[in-house]
Design a binder for this molecule. Structure first.
Ligand SMILES: *[C@@H]1O[C@H](CO)[C@@H](O)[C@H](O)[C@H]1NC(C)=O
Ligand SMILES: *[C@@H]1O[C@H](CO)[C@@H](O)[C@H](O)[C@H]1NC(C)=O
Ligand SMILES: *[C@@H]1O[C@H](CO)[C@@H](O)[C@H](O)[C@H]1NC(C)=O
Ligand SMILES: *[C@@H]1O[C@H](CO)[C@@H](O)[C@H](O)[C@H]1NC(C)=O
Ligand SMILES: *[C@@H]1O[C@H](CO)[C@@H](O)[C@H](O)[C@H]1NC(C)=O
Ligand SMILES: *[C@@H]1O[C@H](CO)[C@@H](O)[C@H](O)[C@H]1NC(C)=O
Ligand SMILES: *[C@@H]1O[C@H](CO)[C@@H](O)[C@H](O)[C@H]1NC(C)=O
Ligand SMILES: *[C@@H]1O[C@H](CO)[C@@H](O)[C@H](O)[C@H]1NC(C)=O
Ligand SMILES: *[C@@H]1O[C@H](CO)[C@@H](O)[C@H](O)[C@H]1NC(C)=O
Ligand SMILES: *[C@@H]1O[C@H](CO)[C@@H](O)[C@H](O)[C@H]1NC(C)=O
Ligand SMILES: *[C@@H]1O[C@H](CO)[C@@H](O)[C@H](O)[C@H]1NC(C)=O
Length: 765
C-alpha cells in the first residue's frame, strides 16, 4: 500500500512537471476566456467544467493556473488535491470538485491577484480542455469628502448661503482602481460629473459650481464609483440655504361656515407658512394694524410648515377688512424678498343698521307745505338689505293714498307735502340676518297762517285773530273799519288786540280783518269779521229815583258797572198835544265805577239836576261808556212829589222871626197830619217810602206785578229792561206791546203809590 502511494505521488509529480511545461495558455486559441471582476479583500469563484464529453471517458486531471503558474490541481485517478503553498497562504483557496461544474474560490483577494487564470482538464480519451478567466481586482477608493474654496473640510453642513449664491465645493476621493468616477447629485439629480485628477497624486476630485436655488439645494451628495459590484460610495452635505417662505396659506378653522363671519362672534384663523429657512416669524395684521394676541407659533413636522392661529371677534367695522398673515424670515436682511404674505378679506355679516336721513334740505326736521319731502333709509347691512319698510306714527305705510305707490325702496319721496304728512317717520330694513327699525324722526310741516273758525273773536274788550300756522305767527296786521271813520291799520306782536288801541267812538260795530305772518309765506286770505260792540255797553241803570232836593228835581241812580258817564234826559209834555218832547240832555261823568260802594252800606249815587218838573214830564237816565249808552230808564214824578216841590204857603213864616211857638203849633199839626197819612199808607202798603220820592227797585218784577194788578197805568213798561232774563221773549220790537211770561210770580209786591213807570224811551228820539 505504502508503495503504491509513493508510485502514485511520483506519477503525479511527473504529470505536473509535464503540465508545467505545457501551461502557456493563449487566450482564444487554447480556449474561451471569461471576464470576472472582484473587489480587493473580497473573494471570487472560478468555475471549470470537468465532465467528460462521452460517458465512456473519464476525468484524469484538473489544474488551475494563474498566468502560467499552477496554483491548484486535482488528480481524479487518485483523488488527490494539491495547492500552491505560496498562493494558498492563510488558506484562502477552496476547491469543490464534487459539484459540476467544479469551482475554485479565492478569498482575501489582493491587488496582485489580478491576472489571467485558466483551467486545464485532462481526460482519459478526450482531448485536453482549456478555459480562461480574466480576473480584475478592483480597489475601492476612500469615502468622498468635501473641501470648500478655501481648502477647509466641510462636514455634514455647508456654511449659510442665500438663494442665488453660487456654491463652490470640491468632492475628493483617495485611491481606487480603476480610477473612480466622482459625481455630484442634488437629491437624485446629477448635477455635475466632471471629475478629474487632482494635484495630489492618487487623489481624484470633482469641483462643483452650483448656483443655489430652492429646488437644487436639497441634500447635496457626492458619489464615487469604480465598480458595479457595490453601490457607489456616497457622502452627503446639507446646504444651509436661507430661504424666505414661498407659500403662505390662511384659512378659517373654527367659527365660520364658508368663510362667512358674524359680527361679534369669535372665529379662529390658521396660517401656514411653507418653505422658509429658518422657520419664519408669523405676523398677523388686520387692516394694517398688527395683532399680537395670536397663538404661539409652532413647527409642524408633517407639513414642514410654521403654523400660527389667531382668534378674532370681528365687528361691523371690520367688514371687508383684510386679514394678513405674513411670514418673515428672521435671518435674512429685511427686504421685500424676505417675506411672503397671504391675505383674506373678512366678510362680516350683520343685521341692518338703519338711520333715517332727510335729503335735499339743510333744515333737519322741517319741511314747508307743498315742498317735496325726501327721506332716505340709510342702511348698512351685510348681506345687503333686500326689503325696506316705512312707518308713519308707528303704522306701516302702505302704498296708495297720500303716500303714492313708490314707497318700497329705501327712499320715501312725497312730491307735495301737506299738513297730514307731519308726524313721526321711521324705516326698517331686512336682510337674511334680521330686521332693524331706525329711530324715528319727527317731521314738522311748516305752513303759512290760515284762519280758523271763528276767524276773529271778541273776548271782553280784546279782539283775537284766530289763525293757525307753523311756526306760530309773530306779526299780525289789523285793518279796522268803522262807520264814517277812516280805516285803521295796526300791527301787533300777538294775536290779540285790545280795543283800547282802536281809536274812534266804537259805537256800533267794527269791520275787522287780520292777517298774520310767520315767515313761511303770506296768508292766502285774510280773516274778516264784523264785530258787534253793543254788548259792551253798560247795563241799563235800574236803581234810580226822583227826588226834590236843593230846590230842584234830581234823578239819582246807583251807578252800574262799566259806565263811564250817564246821560240824563228831560222830556216835557207838550202843552198842545199829548206828546213828549225832548227838552234837555246832559252827560254826567262818574269817573271810576270801582267807587260803587263808597260809604260802606250807603250806596254811592249818580245824581243829576233836572230843574223843575211839571205833571207829565219824564226824566231818563242811561249808563254810557265808549261803546255807547244803555237804554234809558224813564221816571215820571208822582203828584205827591210834584206837590212837595211847590213851596208851602207857610213858607213865609220861616222867613221871619215870628216865633218858635207858631213853628211848634205847625209841627204839632204836621205831626198829626203825618200820623194820619202814615196810618193811611200803612193800610195800603207795608213798605211805605219814608220820603216823598219815587223808589224803583227791582224794576222788572215791579213792572210785571204792577201790570198785572193795576188798570190805570199810563204806559206799559218794557220787559226789555230785564236784560238778563231768559224768561222773557221779545216778540216784537215795539216795547209797548211786550207780553211777558215770567216764571217767578210768587213774590207779591205792591208798588208804592208814588211810583209811576213810564215808557222806556230812547234818548236819541
Ligand atoms: C465570498 O464572498 C461572499 C460575499 O462577497 C461571501 O458571502 C462568502 O462567504 C465568501 N466566501 C468565502 C469562502 O470567503
Ligand atoms: C512564465 O512565463 C513568463 C513569461 O511569460 C516567464 O518569465 C516565467 O519564467 C515563466 N514561469 C514558469 C514557471 O515557467
Ligand atoms: C489551502 O491550504 C489549506 C490550509 O493550509 C488547506 O486546508 C486547503 O485544502 C488548501 N487548499 C487546497 C485547494 O488544497
Ligand atoms: C485581461 O483583461 C484586461 C482588461 O480587460 C486586459 O487588459 C488584458 O489584456 C486581458 N488579458 C488577456 C491575457 O487577455
Ligand atoms: C456629522 O453627522 C454625523 C452623523 O449624522 C455625526 O455623527 C457627526 O458628529 C456630524 N459631524 C459634525 C461636525 O457635526
Ligand atoms: C406660549 O408660550 C408661552 C411660553 O413659551 C406660554 O407661557 C404660553 O402659555 C403659550 N401660549 C399658548 C397659547 O400656547
Ligand atoms: C358675504 O357673505 C354673504 C352671506 O353668505 C354673501 O351673501 C355675500 O355675497 C358675501 N359678500 C362677499 C363680498 O363675499
Ligand atoms: C321711486 O323713487 C325713486 C327715488 O325717489 C325714484 O328714483 C324712482 O324713479 C321712483 N319710481 C317710480 C316708479 O316713481
Ligand atoms: C262792513 O262789512 C259789510 C259786509 O262785509 C259791509 O256791507 C259794510 O259796508 C262794512 N262797513 C264798513 C263800515 O266798512
Ligand atoms: C264790565 O266790563 C268787564 C270787562 O269788560 C266785564 O267783564 C263785565 O262783565 C262788565 N260788567 C257788566 C255788568 O257788563
Ligand atoms: C205836538 O205839539 C208840538 C209842539 O208843542 C209839535 O211840535 C208836534 O208836532 C205836535 N205833535 C202832534 C202829533 O201833533
Amino acid at each position: 500500500m505504502d508503495r503504491r502511494m509513493r508510485v502514485a505521488e511520483a506519477l503525479l509529480l511527473v504529470i505536473i512537471f509535464i503540465n508545467c511545461r505545457v501551461s502557456a495558455f493563449v487566450a482564444g486559441a487554447d480556449g474561451p476566456v471569461t471576464f470576472q471582476e472582484a473587489l480587493e479583500n473580497g473573494n471570487t469563484t472560478f468555475f471549470c467544467d470537468a465532465t467528460p464529453d462521452t460517458s465512456d471517458d473519464e476525468l484524469m486531471l484538473l489544474v488551475w493556473y494563474k498566468d502560467n503558474e499552477s496554483i491548484y490541481s486535482y488528480d481524479a485517478r487518485v483523488r488527490t488535491e494539491w495547492s500552491n503553498i505560496a498562493f494558498n497562504m492563510s488558506g484562502r483557496l477552496i476547491a469543490d470538485t464534487g459539484k459540476n461544474p467544479t469551482s475554485l474560490t479565492i478569498s482575501a483577494l489582493r491587488e496582485d491577484d489580478e491576472a489571467l487564470y485558466h483551467c486545464r482538464v485532462e481526460f482519459l480519451l478526450s482531448p485536453t480542455r482549456n478555459t480562461g478567466v480574466n480576473l480584475t481586482v478592483t480597489v475601492l477608493p476612500s469615502e468622498p469628502f468635501f473641501l470648500d474654496e478655501l481648502g477647509n473640510t466641510v462636514t455634514n453642513k455647508t456654511r449659510p448661503y442665500y438663494e442665488g449664491d453660487t456654491l463652490v465645493l470640491s468632492c475628493l476621493v483617495i485611491g481606487g482602481r480603476p480610477p473612480p468616477k466622482i459625481s455630484w447629485y442634488s437629491g437624485e439629480t446629477l448635477v455635475d460629473a466632471t471629475y478629474s485628477v487632482s494635484d495630489i497624486p492618487n487623489v481624484w476630485q470633482n469641483e462643483l459650481y452650483l448656483p443655489l436655488t430652492r429646488d437644487n439645494a436639497e441634500t447635496l451628495s457626492c458619489r464615487a464609483s469604480n465598480t458595479r459590484l457595490v453601490p457607489a460610495l456616497e457622502a452627503s452635505l446639507e446646504i444651509e440655504l436661507y430661504l424666505p417662505a414661498n407659500q403662505v396659506k390662511i384659512q378659517w378653522v373654527q367659527g365660520t361656515s364658508d368663510g362667512v363671519l358674524r359680527s361679534g362672534e369669535t372665529v379662529t384663523a390658521q396660517c401656514e407658512a411653507y418653505g422658509s429657512h429658518p422657520p419664519p416669524d408669523i405676523i398677523w395684521r388686520l387692516e394694517n394694524k398688527r395683532l399680537t394676541k395670536h397663538s404661539n407659533q409652532t413647527w409642524d413636522i408633517s407639513l414642514q410648515a410654521a403654523v400660527s392661529f389667531i382668534q378674532i371677534t370681528p365687528t361691523i367695522a371690520d367688514n371687508q377688512a383684510t386679514l394678513t398673515c405674513e411670514a418673515v424670515n428672521p435671518i435674512m436682511p429685511s427686504s421685500e424678498r424676505n417675506s411672503k404674505a397671504a391675505v383674506m378679506n373678512l366678510n362680516v355679516t350683520f343685521g341692518p343698521k338703519v338711520e333715517i336721513i332727510k335729503l335735499d334740505d339743510e333744515k333737519r326736521n322741517e319741511v314747508v307745505e307743498l315742498d317735496p319731502l325726501h327721506l332716505k333709509c340709510d342702511v348698512k347691512a351685510n348681506p345687503p338689505a333686500d326689503k325696506y319698510m316705512w312707518y308713519f306714527n308707528g303704522m306701516e305705510i302702505k302704498p296708495g293714498g297720500m303716500w303714492g305707490d313708490n314707497i318700497s325702496s329705501n327712499e320715501l319721496f312725497i312730491e307735495e307735502v301737506s299738513k297730514r304728512h307731519a308726524g313721526q317717520y321711521a324705516c326698517a330694513a331686512r336682510n337674511t340676518i334680521g330686521e332693524t327699525r331706525a329711530d324715528s324722526i319727527s317731521i314738522i310741516v311748516l305752513y303759512p297762517p290760515e284762519c280758523k273758525k271763528p276767524s276773529i273773536t271778541l273776548n271782553k274788550e280784546t279782539l283775537n285773530c284766530n289763525v293757525k300756522g307753523l311756526p306760530v305767527p309773530d306779526t299780525y296786521f289789523w285793518h279796522i273799519q268803522q262807520i264814517e271813520h277812516d280805516s285803521q291799520h295796526l300791527t301787533t306782536g300777538s294775536s290779540s288786540l285790545s280795543l283800547d288801541h282802536v281809536a274812534g267812538p266804537l259805537s256800533e260795530y267794527l269791520n275787522v280783518s287780520c292777517e298774520a305772518e310767520n315767515g313761511i309765506a303770506s296768508q292766502y286770505k285774510s280773516c274778516t269779521k264784523t264785530i258787534g260792540l253793543g254788548h259792551l255797553r253798560p247795563p241799563q241803570p235800574h236803581q234810580c229815583d226822583l227826588a226834590f232836593e236843593y230846590k230842584e228835581f234830581q234823578i239819582r241812580c246807583i251807578p252800574v258797572e262799566n259806565a263811564t258817564h250817564y246821560e240824563l234826559s228831560l222830556w216835557r209834555l207838550s202843552k198842545t198835544n199829548a206828546s213828549l218832547l225832548l227838552d234837555r240832555k246832559k252827560s254826567i261823568d262818574v269817573g271810576n265805577s270801582l267807587a260803587l260802594t263808597q260809604n260802606g252800606d250807603e250806596p254811592w249815587l249818580v245824581r243829576g239836576g233836572l230843574g223843575l218838573l211839571n205833571t207829565g214830564d219824564e226824566a231818563g237816565a242811561a249808563a254810557c261808556n265808549r261803546y255807547g249808552c244803555s237804554a234809558a230808564l224813564l221816571l215820571r214824578p208822582t203828584e205827591n212829589l210834584l206837590s212837595a216841590a211847590v213851596p208851602p204857603w207857610w213858607k213865609f213864616l220861616t222867613e221871619r222871626d215870628t216865633g218858635i211857638s207858631i213853628g211848634v203849633v205847625l209841627l204839632v199839626i204836621m205831626f198829626a197830619c203825618s200820623t194820619i197819612l202814615a196810618i193811611r199808607l200803612a193800610r195800603r202798603s207795608q213798605t211805605k217810602p219814608q220820603v216823598p220820592v219815587i223808589q224803583v227797585l227791582q224794576l222788572d218784577d215791579v213792572t210785571r206785578d204792577y201790570l198785572n194788578r193795576t188798570g190805570d197805568i199810563h204806559v206799559h213798561p218794557s220787559c226789555s229792561l230785564r236784560s238778563n232774563s231768559s224768561d222773557c221773549t221779545d216778540e216784537q220790537d215795539n216795547p209797548s206791546l211786550v207780553e211777558c211770561h215770567c216764571a217767578h210770580t210768587s213774590h207779591e209786591w205792591v208798588p208804592p203809590p208814588d211810583v209811576t213807570l213810564t215808557l222806556q224811551r230812547e234818548s236819541a228820539v
